[in-house]
Design a protein around this ligand. Structure first.
Ligand code: FAD
Ligand code: MG
Length: 582
């Protein structure tokens, strides 16, 4: 779907190669005692200094090794902080290629990077513990962790991690909306293991349908693939599955060709409804041509081991369809550990942790949240309008001149990004146009504006406030942003480079997080992709598929995975996908 912010690699500290160090040691030893003494003395001092520094270093605990956590890790200066990472996954997974893993277009190991490979390249001592955080104790600044001991080794698997600063990047889980039977009978597509299970299950359906003594009805049922959810993941998986079937499986199971069916159930009126309308229509038409049935306006009410029951929005009543395999992809929900934490800090009944624009969790000191588990609560301009006016009115005349307004507009735009978005949406070249457009200011250019005029001029800007989407793009940008802030924290609250504080005096220490959207892709199968690019550009077809290949290759987290992914694509073009059920 999306394009990603590039992970910036921080400058690596100068290190001596082992051979060079050995030569240096030899030279020092042979060169005489004095040199050797001064070397060891200074290294002792260094060790003392570094242990003193370590004692002073703040303990930053990062929860999660997904898009947000890994981007933070890649960018944090490990020599300033004592960084500890806790996650049940000791690898980073490139989730946008998960749908390709379900059909073997790309192998699962090609899209993961061990987290220790990433840590190894960093300066400082970053610790990783493969464990699940089961509770966040914000009052005592402790994390309760549990090691998933599948091998039942002896020993205690529970431990505590203390923190000075906590970075929560726990992501989200699949949302079932408490629909009965979903957990028991449906596949999800969120983790690597899910994609591997789906791959096996597709082949199981074909092998089952090939068994002797089955009626045609039973074969048809086994080969009915249902996808619940017409969002980017559901649509991309349907397209992948269709390609896998018509490009590879029909050659291996020719007698089953006419019995296969793919159905997408979508509760909204269109699939891909978060995309431009042209992309939704193109996708619907393409699916129609491919024989993929799209049932829009239907909500699944229950799933049994044999059938899916759904209800139409247009009074169609309740209907059921039999299936061989179901993939549930209807969006994301809150992880239990986050729900428990939200209850502790007075954020009960929310979908995600509320943070301010600096990613600080509301109601907690030194706790940051980013990625899918958090949402930024953008401050409204209208909540601070009197304070903004007072700061802007430097001469305290009770009115603003254009010059006075111009002096603060940059700070306003940084602090309240909705102002800039509003200007863009109204095609205004400068914020002064806002004042000139104000109904109360129908006088001369040089006239001043009072508080009422000011309120009226800015009254609609908050309409541009939107929650950021739960995407890898957002999570990765937030991780990099937070690490950069941490790297530049000087312990001083005021920084003239930060925007003006309107409610208090001085400046904010950092600019608030600002998301840059680089566009999003919707692969539709048959080497066709749709893309929404910045500047309201829509591009569809084969050429966009090549753009998709190049963007996804370039956004790989390491050269190793990049080469593996490109190798997998090439192998697929030459030999097709592998249908072994491993
Ligand atoms: P995640 O990446 O989910 O990471 C969460 C981390 O927390 C994981 O390491 C997990 O193991 C860890 N964790 C979980 N529970 C615990 C616990 N109790 N204790 C400690 N650690 C824990 N976005 C795009 O922008 N473009 C795309 O094309 C795209 N395609 C997608 C395709 C699929 C199939 C899926 C599922 C998602 C896709 N997304 C895409 C969305 C994107 O993957 C998410 O928005 C992104 O992963 C969010 O990053 P995150 O770091 O918040 O969470
Ligand atoms: Mg004035």
């Amino acid at each position: 779907m999306g394009v990603f912010s590039i992970f910036n690699r921080p400058p690596q500290p100068f290190r001596l190669s082992p051979t060079f160090s050995k030569l240096l040691l030899l030279f020092t030893v042979s060169g005489g005692g004095l040199v050797a003494y001064s070397e060891s003395n200074s290294s002792n001092n260094d060790a003392i200094k570094s242990s003193q520094l370590d004692a002073k270093k703040k303990r930053v605990v990062v929860l999660g090794t997904g898009w947000a956590g890994t981007s933070f890790l890649k960018n944090i200066d490990g020599s300033i902080y004592d960084v500890r990472v806790v996650s049940p996954r000791n690898y980073f997974a490139f989730t946008p290629l998960l749908p390709s893993v379900t059909c073997g277009t790309v192998e699962s190991r090609s899209i993961v990077e061990p987290i220790r490979n990433i840590i190894k390249k960093k300066s400082g001592d970053i610790k990783f513990w493969e464990a699940e955080c089961v509770k966040i104790d914000a009052k005592n600044k402790k994390i309760h962790c549990h090691f998933n001991n599948e091998m039942h080794l002896e020993g205690n698997e529970d431990f505590l991690v203390e923190y000075d600063v906590l970075v929560i990047a726990l992501g989200a889980r699949s949302n079932t909306f408490n629909t009965p039977g979903v957990i028991e009978h449906c596949h999800f597509l969120k983790e690597i293991e899910d994609a591997q299970k789906i791959r096996r299950s597709i082949i199981d359906c074909f092998e089952r349908a090939s068994l002797p003594n089955l009626s045609e009805e039973e074969r048809k049922k086994a080969l009915h693939f249902v996808i619940v959810g017409g969002g980017p993941t559901g649509v991309e998986f349907s397209a992948e599955l269709h390609d896998f079937i018509i490009e590879d499986l029909v050659n291996l199971y020719p007698m089953l060709q006419d019995l296969v069916k793919i159905t997408v159930i979508q509760s909204g009126d269109h699939i891909l409804n978060m995309f431009d309308g042209r992309i939704s229509s193109f996708a619907e038409e393409k699916f129609k041509r491919d024989g993929i049935e799209v049932k829009t306006g239907f909500r699944v009410v229950s799933v049994s081991d044999k059938a899916i029951t759904m209800k139409g929005k247009q009074n169609e009543g309740i209907s059921s369809i039999e299936y061989g395999m179901v993939v549930w992809s209807t969006g994301i929900g809150t992880r239990p550990v986050i729900m428990d934490f939200m209850e502790q800090i007075g954020q009960k009944d929310r979908r995600a942790l509320a943070t301010d624009e600096w990613l600080r969790v509301h109601g907690c000191d030194n706790v940051y949240a980013l990625g899918d588990c958090a949402t930024i609560h953008q401050r409204k301009v209208m909540d601070d309008i009197s304070e903004i006016f007072n700061v802007a009115d430097k001469d305290k005349s009770g009115t603003l001149t254009v010059k006075e307004f111009q002096d603060v507009i940059d700070d306003i735009c940084v602090r309240y990004p909705q102002v800039e978005l509003y200007l863009k949406s109204k095609h205004m070249s400068s914020a002064v146009d806002l004042l000139n457009n104000s109904k109360l200011k129908d006088k001369e250019e040089s006239e001043e504006i009072d508080i009422e005029g000011f309120k009226s001029a800015l009254s609609h800007v908050d309409s541009q406030m939107k929650n950021l989407p739960a995407t890898a793009q957002v999570a990765a940008q937030q991780g990099a942003y937070l690490a950069r802030c941490f790297n530049h924290m000087k312990g001083c609250e005021d920084n003239p480079e930060g925007p003006l504080r309107f409610r208090q005096s001085g400046h904010h220490r950092f600019r608030p997080f600002l998301y840059k959207h680089f566009g999003q892709f919707a692969p539709l199968g048959g080497e066709q992709t749709a893309a929404e690019l910045p500047g309201d550009w829509v591009s569809v077809g084969h050429s966009t598929q090549w753009l998709w290949y190049s963007v996804y290759a370039s956004k790989q987290v390491s050269w190793r995975t990049r080469i593996l992914v490109i190798g997998n694509w090439t192998r697929r073009f030459v030999f097709g996908r592998d249908s072994s059920r491993i």
